[in-house]
Write a protein that binds this ligand. Structure first.
Ligand code: BG6
Length: 508
């Protein structure tokens, strides 16, 4: 694809971004983060708030209250967050921008089992309304383990102020299975209307994931061929080279199917397969996604593969197997890899397989969606058939964000040889501006009251229903773990899954 002429080089000069700035300034509000001493707040939330501050996208009157069990004063918390922004932020650090943001930051020590914590929070928010002009508008961000959700929701719900709006952001995981997710949805529904609830799947905030919708619905050429008549199959890969990163306690009870398939992966399936929504608004987009999730067939045991990594090498360095990781049981049966074949049982996609795979300790970090088209019918170049491969539209979600179309081309010279070449669009080259982090988009959307890129209650439940039935099937037999080496592309059974259908995973 020939890239269109690049817009001006810096974000300041870019009129598109100027437009965005003008349109997207939220009303005054205070953001309360429960779980403020955790990893997410340091690595993602504060760097995202700072990036929004740099771009003047935060409300003019704004405050943040961090709440956690760790004993510290507001000053200590601010100092920690400053370090976090310097370490994890995507912009050059500017003291004046930070000072302005930090002036509205407060910290409260509480585990919320006792009244005093709630009273302190209520008093702090009232004070901020007066001092900072946050107007009674509240966002409550639950960055805590799922077990702590319900208690916080009830307390926040019972103490809602009536003077402004209140919104709830729920970090993933949303429940542990269908039953717990339903219970949580019921608790939330007692105090909040659905449009006040923002369930995070941070993949939806990724620029490239949103671009899928633009690619499909803003370009006339793709939609007519986006169906079973033209598409042979779809391959979705969410690969990570990272291992546990000190999260054994969480991962042991989660595994790859709950951690990635239940949310990120099924969202990618839904966005790939959905019908065009009538508008880009929360209800229209989510209605279409839910239809896809409802039409998914639970893969039978032959169509799903699980794996766990043994010792191996990542980028030349020796790494331990999963069972040797700190905090993991030596006979753990937790899966670190899942591959499977799904069918979307509707008119557009009937009989078109959607293969997916995800795993930790794979050779590299890569998230892609490959739409493989059917082969050309009888090509008139018999002698050159060897080099002919089906067209593939490859969406690079990360890294090297962009879109690539594989086509056959004649190799220059005598005779007729055909080779696959790629027409590439790369974000970096076309727009010459850094991509925002998913959390920037999501926090801002919530403050603007736009839930389009968040999961609705019924979506989460559909996703759990599918995952629960896969897990129920697994309970019958003991897996022979470990079954792939760290640094390999997963268990042999995952290759067989495609070979049985006369296909193979895309080469890297
Ligand atoms: C999280 C998972 O939701 O997504 C992690 O809990 C995973 O295990 C992470 O590493 C991947 O996110 P990203 O944005 O790095 O692809």
């Amino acid at each position: 694809m020939t890239e269109t002429q690049a817009p001006p080089a810096t974000e300041e000069e870019n009129p598109l971004l100027e437009g965005l700035r003008r349109r997207r300034t939220p009303e005054p509000c205070a953001l309360t983060i429960f779980g403020a001493s955790g990893d997410l707040t340091q690595r993602k939330l504060f760097p995202a708030l700072y990036a929004l501050a740099v771009r003047h996208l935060l409300p003019e009157r704004f405050a943040v209250v961090g709440v956690a069990r760790t004993e510290m004063e507001t000053d200590d918390f601010v100092a920690r967050m400053r370090e976090a922004v310097i370490e994890h932020g995507r912009d050059e650090f500017q003291e004046e921008v930070w000072e302005e943001l930090a002036a509205g930051v407060r910290y409260i020590v509480s585990d919320f089992s006792e009244h005093s914590g709630w009273d302190a929070l209520a008093a702090c928010l009232t004070e901020l309304d007066e001092e900072r002009g946050t107007a009674g508008n509240r966002v409550f961000y639950l960055a805590v383990p799922p077990g702590a959700f319900a208690g916080i929701v009830e307390n926040v719900g019972r103490r809602r102020t009536t003077s402004g709006w209140t919104r709830l952001i729920c970090e993933k995981p949303f429940g542990h299975d269908l039953e717990s997710a339903r219970r949580l949805n019921e608790t939330i529904a007692r105090y909040f209307a659905e449009e006040e609830v923002f369930r995070i799947d941070h993949y939806l905030g990724k620029e490239t994931v949103q671009n899928m919708l633009v690619l499909r619905f803003a370009n006339g050429i793709f939609e007519p061929i986006w169906n079973r008549q033209f598409v042979d199959h779809v391959q979705i890969t969410v690969a990570e080279s990272l291992g546990l990163e000190g999260r054994a306690a969480f991962y042991e009870s989660s595994g790859a199917i709950r951690d990635i398939v239940q949310n990120h992966l099924l969202q990618l399936v839904a966005l790939t397969a959905m019908e065009p929504p009538i508008a880009f608004d929360p209800e229209s987009v989510r209605n279409e996604k839910v239809k896809v999730l409802r039409s998914l067939h639970t893969p039978g045991p032959k169509h799903i593969v699980r794996g766990q990594y043994g010792p191996g090498f990542i980028e030349g360095a020796e790494v331990p197997g999963y069972r040797e990781e700190e905090g993991v049981a030596p006979d753990s049966e937790t899966e670190t890899y899942v591959a499977g074949k799904l069918f979307v049982d509707n008119w557009r996609w009937a009989d078109t397989p959607f293969y997916f795979r995800t795993g930790k300790r794979l050779p590299k970090r890569e998230t892609t969606i490959a739409i493989q088209f059917k082969r050309a019918p009888k090509p008139p170049f018999e002698a050159a058939e060897e080099g002919m491969r089906p067209n593939v539209l490859l969406l690079h979600i990360q890294p090297d964000e962009g879109v690539s179309l594989a086509i056959g081309a004649k190799v220059p010279g005598q005779g007729l040889a055909i080779r696959t070449v790629h027409m590439d669009f790369l974000y970096g080259g076309a727009f010459r501006t850094g991509l925002p982090e998913a959390y920037e988009r999501l926090i801002l959307d919530c403050m603007l009251g736009d839930a389009t890129l968040f999961m609705r209650a019924d979506e989460v439940e559909e996703q759990w229903a599918l995952v629960d039935s896969v897990i129920a099937g697994w309970r019958r037999d003991r897996p022979a773990f470990p079954n792939y080496a760290a640094g390999s592309w997963g268990p042999a059974a995952a290759d067989e899954l495609l070979h049985r259908d006369g296909r193979s995973w895309r080469r890297h």
